[in-house]
Design a protein around this ligand. Structure first.
Ligand code: ZN
Length: 156
């Protein structure tokens, strides 16, 4: 085994960055590829401590939110928004009056597919979506209704 020092300059930089980003010692350790004890020891030597006085979750949580931005996270947020919304979405008829092709889709248009992909009349709903959602009100209801996953998978 080569005698490589655990704390290369790069790793120390990462350690500092992660620490400032509010990651826990365990998360930092996993990210850098060293043991948790090594992280704790190094932080102590660098005098980087999160004393109980400033152990408020505020900056930590924000930093974690940022570092976890991913598609599953987004989906989770959508679901959360739907389920936790105090105002349930209104029961509306799905009209899809502004049907459009794949190329006409945008953030301003519901991307619920209508018809069979590949078929000549295949298109997307195209109605104005609910804010922050990929679908219009009616299709959001359909997509995120509990127990309707299969319907989404088929996406008729
Ligand atoms: Zn729609």
């Amino acid at each position: 085994m080569l005698n490589v020092p655990t704390w290369t300059t790069d790793r120390v930089e990462l350690l500092k960055n992660h620490f400032e980003a509010g990651l826990t010692c365990r998360e930092i350790a996993a990210s850098i590829g060293v043991s948790r004890n090594a992280v704790i020891g190094k932080l102590a030597r660098l005098q980087l401590t999160r004393g109980p006085a400033r152990a408020e979750p505020r900056p930590t949580k924000a930093a974690r939110e940022r570092s976890r931005k991913s598609i599953p996270r987004l989906q989770y947020k959508i679901l959360q928004a739907v389920y936790e919304n105090a105002e349930p979405l209104p029961e509306v008829a799905i009209t899809s009056e502004r049907r459009c092709s794949l190329f006409e889709l945008s953030n301003q248009r519901c991307r619920w597919p209508i018809g069979t992909p590949g078929a000549e009349d295949f298109c997307f709903c195209g109605d104005t979506p609910v804010e922050g959602m990929p679908y219009c009100t009616g299709h959001t209801r359909l997509a995120y209704r509990p127990g309707s996953r299969q319907r989404v998978a088929r996406a008729y």
